[in-house]
Design a protein around this ligand. Structure first.
Ligand code: SF4
Length: 350
C-alpha cells in the first residue's frame, strides 16, 4: 500500500482455488452469523426474486427498501399474472422514482413470456431462463440460486470486486477478457451444495466488508485466502466514462383555470411517463427560470431549467402530445423523479 492508511492483512495461507472447500465453509459460516434480513431473502418465489434482482440492477438496496419500492410494487402486482396484465400507466406509476424505466417494461415482457411459454411457472432450466426476454446470465443465475436452490454462477459488481482482490487480478474487470476470467473463477469457487448461501454471502461480503475503495480486511472472513496486498487499487477498470453536461429546458405554463400544461413522453428513454413540456433551448431559454434541478443519468449530468411560459415575450403554445392537467391530478401521473421534484416545488409555491 503506497497511499492512505495501512491495511494489516494476514498472510495468505493457501491458494484460494486450492483451498476452496475451506473458503466456502468460512464464507458460509460468516454469512449465517451476519446475513442482513432482506425481504427477498425470506422468499423462494421466483417472481419475487426476479422483481428484487431487476430493481437492484441500477438502484441501491437502501433506496429500494427505504422508500418502500419493492413492497409497493409487489402490492400492485403480487404475481406474474398481474404484472403480465399491467397497462403502461399502472406499470410506470408503480416504478416511479426507480428510474431506468426500460427495466419495468422488460420485467413485464418477462412475465408475459412466463405466462405464454410456461403456463405461468418460471422454468428452472438455465437455457429456458436465458431464453426469456430480459433475462441474462446474471439474472438466470440469481433465479436458479435464490429461487430454486440449484447450482448457479452469478457475478455482479460486488462479486467482481471481491474476486479481483482475492485473486489479485491485475487486468480490467470490465473488459470481455476480464469478465471471462472472473466468471470462470466464480464458477470454480461456487458451492453447489448451498447455492443460496454461497452467492448471497459473496455479494454481501462485497457490500459490507470488501467495499469499493478501502475494504475492511481486518474483519474479513476470507482474508486468509486473499492474495492482494493492495486491495484499494483493485479492481482495475479499463473503461473511463466521460460525463457530459447538458441543459434541458422545460416550460411552466398554466391556463386560466389553473391547469398545468404537461407532456406525455414518447422518446425511447421514458416513453409513457409525463413531464413538463420540454422545448429547444432557442425557443425558451431566454425566459426567466422559475425552478432548476440537476440530476445524473447514465453518462450525462443534466441541468433541468424550468422557464416561465407566461413571462413577457413568451410565445408558447401547447403541442401534440401535451395536455392541460388539473394540479390535483398531477400526483396520479407517472413521472420521472427530476420532473416530479420541480413540479411539486412549483405547485407548493402557488
Ligand atoms: S476484504 Fe477483500 S481485499 Fe480485504 S482480505 Fe477480504 S477479500 Fe481481500
Amino acid at each position: 500500500m503506497t497511499d492512505g492508511p495501512r491495511v494489516l492483512k494476514p498472510r495468505c495461507e493457501s491458494d484460494a482455488l486450492v483451498g476452496k472447500k475451506d473458503f466456502r465453509e468460512r464464507l458460509a459460516r460468516w454469512f449465517r452469523r451476519h446475513a442482513r434480513d432482506y425481504p427477498w431473502r425470506r422468499t423462494h418465489d421466483p417472481y419475487q426474486v426476479l422483481v428484487s434482482e431487476v430493481m437492484l440492477q441500477q438502484t441501491q438496496i437502501a433506496t429500494v427498501l427505504g422508500k418502500g419500492y419493492y413492497t409497493r410494487f409487489l402490492e400492485s402486482f403480487p404475481d406474474v399474472g398481474s404484472l403480465a396484465a399491467a397497462d403502461d400507466a399502472a406499470l410506470l406509476k408503480a416504478w416511479e422514482g426507480l428510474g431506468y424505466y426500460r427495466r419495468a417494461r422488460m420485467l413485464r415482457d418477462t412475465a408475459r413470456a412466463v405466462i405464454e411459454r410456461h403456463d405461468g411457472s418460471f422454468p428452472a432450466d438455465l437455457d429456458a431462463l436465458l431464453a426469456l426476454p430480459g433475462v441474462g446470465r446474471y439474472t438466470a443465475g440469481a433465479l436458479r440460486a435464490f429461487a430454486f436452490g440449484l447450482p448457479a454462477v452469478l457475478v455482479d459488481g460486488n462479486v467482481s470486486r471481491v474476486l479481483a482482490r482475492l485473486l489479485d487480478f491485475p487486468d480490467p474487470v470490465d473488459g470481455a477478457a476480464g469478465q471471462k476470467q472472473i466468471w470462470q473463477w466464480a464458477r470454480e469457487l461456487a458451492d453447489d451444495n448451498q447455492p443460496r448461501v454461497h452467492h448471497a454471502a459473496l455479494m454481501e461480503l462485497g457490500q459490507t466488508i470488501c467495499r469499493p475503495g478501502l475494504p475492511d480486511c481486518l474483519t474479513c472472513p476470507v482474508a486468509a485466502f486473499c492474495r492482494t496486498r493492495e486491495p484499494a487499487a483493485l479492481p482495475v477498470k479499463g473503461r473511463k466514462v466521460a460525463i457530459t453536461a447538458v441543459d434541458e429546458h422545460a416550460l411552466w405554463l398554466r391556463d386560466a383555470a389553473g391547469r398545468v400544461l404537461m407532456q406525455h413522453e414518447s422518446g425511447k428513454r421514458r416513453t409513457g411517463l409525463w413531464k413538463l413540456p420540454v422545448r429547444d433551448a432557442g425557443e425558451i431559454s431566454h425566459l426567466p427560470v422559475v425552478a432548476e434541478h440537476v440530476y445524473a443519468i447514465t453518462r450525462y449530468r443534466v441541468r433541468l431549467r424550468v422557464h416561465d411560459g407566461r413571462a413577457p415575450g413568451a410565445w408558447v403554445q401547447p403541442e401534440a402530445g401535451e395536455a392541460w392537467v388539473d394540479p390535483d391530478g398531477v400526483a396520479g401521473l407517472a413521472m420521472a423523479a427530476p420532473f416530479r421534484r420541480v413540479l411539486e416545488g412549483l405547485l407548493a409555491d402557488l
